[in-house]
Design a protein around this ligand. Structure first.
Ligand code: 7RM
Length: 630
């Protein structure tokens, strides 16, 4: 049964999903349109890893997102578009219009030479075209690689080259609050060094001045309007790549997480329906950006697969003021609202005067995603937004998991502040100690692993399968390792406590400390740096950088400014350190390993239990670091 409507149905579904996973998922998969039925539900081993779902099945995910709904929902709204400027042009996109826009863009991609199996980079603001772009790729079997609009030219270039994209879909610029951000100029800078790119399609959003390179750059509207509004779906194998999405890990450059078609479709649709309990005529709004996995699974695919009506928002929570979210909820009668704890904390800090003017009585379900939600933010959200009347779904998942794995089902699972509560059907969590021994029983804590595949699990990291194995499947034999620490309470409820690796979570954005360090080290005056996370009231975690300076520099203030510029250039503004401390040395063991534990404690302003520092290569650096804390 696709839709779970009460707790005993959840228990029944969960039990079956563990005891007879193939029977369970076969039935869920039968709710979709397959061009050719699958012959086997699952093949897997976590050692290679090799994971295949709905084997031999052929399908097109956009047929399931759009065509399938047309007979009953032609004129129903797929999504409303709310622009950055509250008085800008609002658009309502019906399922019929969505069909036509996606078909035209799909034909346009074909005309530029894109074929099934190719990769297409999408670098766009949060406008309807971003959704059309993802679906147009999927329509013709090309894999999309969406790059968040806040990433720099350098970061964009690395991502385009890693998966050898053929085409970039972008816009002239983007509106963001009271700012106008260049997009095309950033693409131009990236493409100086991207040999695989053949064409660039440029959508005019801001009408700012741009240059078009003859033979390469095309005007979006001109090209799209030449195309027929019908495009037969390309049927692909269930395991055909659907998209690549780059995400940060504890070492080196970002990894291209690869998701495939059939399993991702089944799981995002199933999890959307059951976690949010979305019903006909509800208005769902997820405030994420399509540049992150939340935008992929719960703005584009999950809602559309369910024939839902949702909202696509171009702007930011605090423009023109901190009441923007609540004003939108009031205007559209939003019933389901899904956002990140960092936004909740920022809006809480702005004060209730920004909430009071608006009628929020349409709300039925609230969601949280991206990082642990602290109890205080949970209560503020529950009291002031939900008016003690809306279940909060604290949804834990990752880019690699494709969909929500641990979460309450709205109105069905009893919630507990700061707990993601229970696994969805098909998800088998396991806590292990550092040696990989299972931690059994309740009231325990350990590293969170999953012991059985679910349909939307990562298949590989693009171009480097060994890295996928190393990162997720090699820490513990036969387990998928999440990188998160986790508690299980007396009732078996899960609470994710945060990363146990060198990944920090800044405003719900995953940032690898190694990535920031290598960006900082690009500055000529810096030889070495160490980056750690520390507790930040609004962002959840802030970035603290210790930098060893050897080169010449004018003065401390200028140098720090230059370091920030270097990081912005190499990664993007989201990775800028909140605090920079210039140091003469870093605490290292005799073997040269940086003692990050000490650096984390100093960043937290906690000088207790720094441990035995006498064995360090140079114990005096610890005193220097403590004194110089910023
Ligand atoms: C969806 C997303 C994944 C990391 C993950 C966690 C953290 C996400 C929650 C959470 C506690 C949550 N994908 N995380 N959701 N921690 N409670 N509800 O964010 O790939 O960008 O990040 O985010 O550490 O490993 S992500």
């Amino acid at each position: 049964m696709f839709h779970i409507t009460n707790f005993s149905e959840y228990e029944k579904a969960y039990k079956q999903s563990v005891e007879e996973p193939e029977v369970f998922w076969k039935e869920i998969a039968s709710y979709f349109q397959w061009n050719k039925p699958f012959t086997k539900v699952l093949n897997w081993n976590f050692n290679e890893p090799k994971i295949e779902w709905f084997i031999d099945g052929k399908l097109n995910i956009t047929e399931n997102c759009i065509d399938r709904h047309l007979p009953s929902k032609k004129n129903a709204i797929a999504f409303y578009f709310e622009p950055n400027e509250a008085n800008g042009v609002r658009i309502s996109v019906t399922y019929q219009k969505l069909y036509e826009e996606v078909c035209k863009l799909a034909n346009c991609l074909k005309s530029t030479g894109v074929e099934s199996g190719d990769r297409v980079c999408i670098y766009l603001p949060m406008i309807p075209e971003a959704v059309y772009a993802m679906l147009a790729c999927a329509r013709i079997g090309a894999a999309h690689s969406v790059v968040f609009g806040g990433f720099s030219a350098q970061a964009l270039k690395d991502r385009i080259n890693d998966s050898a994209c053929k085409v970039v879909l972008t816009s002239d610029g983007a509106y963001r609050g009271n700012k106008q951000i260049p997009m095309k100029a950033t693409v131009d800078e990236a493409l100086v060094d991207c040999p695989s790119i053949e064409k660039v399609l440029v959508y005019k959003r801001t009408n700012q001045a741009i240059t078009l390179k003859a033979g390469r750059d095309l005007d979006w509207e001109t090209e799209v309007n030449k195309q027929a509004a019908v495009c037969a779906p390309t049927y692909v194998d269930s395991e055909h790549p659907l998209f690549i999405l780059y995400t940060s890990g504890s070492t080196g450059k970002p990894k291209g997480v690869l998701h495939t078609t059939g399993g991702y479709m089944v799981y995002t649709a199933y999890s959307f329906k059951n976690v949010f309990q979305y019903n006909e005529n509800d208005i769902y709004w997820c405030t994420a950006d399509v540049g992150w996995i939340t935008g992929h699974s719960y703005i584009t695919y999950g809602p559309l697969l369910n024939g839902a009506t949702s909202l696509v928002f171009e702007g930011v929570p605090t423009y023109p003021d901190a009441g923007r979210f609540w004003k939108i909820v009031d205007t559209y009668n939003v019933t389901h609202f899904y956002t990140a704890p960092t936004a909740i904390r920022a809006l809480e800090a702005a004060g209730l005067d920004f909430v009071k003017p608006y009628n929020l009585s349409s709300l039925k379900v609230l969601g949280s995603v991206g990082e642990p939600i602290n109890e205080e933010a949970w209560h503020w959200y529950n009291t002031n937004i939900g008016k003690n009347n809306c279940p909060i779904v604290d949804t834990w998942w990752q880019t690699e998991t494709g969909g929500i794995l641990i979460s309450p089902l709205a109105g069905i699972t009893k919630t507990k502040p700061s707990y993601a509560t229970l696994p969805l059907p098909g998800v088998q969590p396991m806590l292990v100690d550092d040696k990989g021994n299972e931690i059994i029983g309740n009231n325990v804590e350990g590293n969170l692993c999953i012991k059985f595949p679910w349909p939307s699990i990562i298949r590989t990291t693009y171009g480097d399968h060994e890295r996928c194995r190393q990162t997720y499947f090699a820490s513990y034999t036969n387990l998928y390792f999440t990188g998160d620490g986790c508690k299980r309470d007396e009732n078996g409820y899960y609470r994710i406590t945060g990363r146990v690796d060198d990944v920090i979570n800044v405003s719900g954005h995953r940032i690898g400390t190694a990535e920031v360090e290598s960006a900082i080290n690009m500055h000529e005056a810096i030889v070495e740096s160490a980056v750690v996370g520390y507790t930040h009231d609004i962002k959840g975690q802030g970035i603290y950088a210790y930098c060893i300076v050897t080169g010449d520099y004018a003065n401390e203030e200028t140098l720090k400014k230059e370091i920030l510029e270097t990081v912005t250039k190499h990664i993007g503004a989201i990775a800028k350190p909140d605090k920079i401390q210039l140091v003469k040395g870093l605490p290292k063991t005799r073997s040269g390993k940086i003692m990050r534990r000490i650096l984390r404690k100093v960043a937290e302003n906690d000088f207790s239990n720094l441990g035995d520092t006498s064995t360090l290569l140079d114990p005096t650096v610890v005193e220097e670091i403590k004194k110089g804390r910023v």
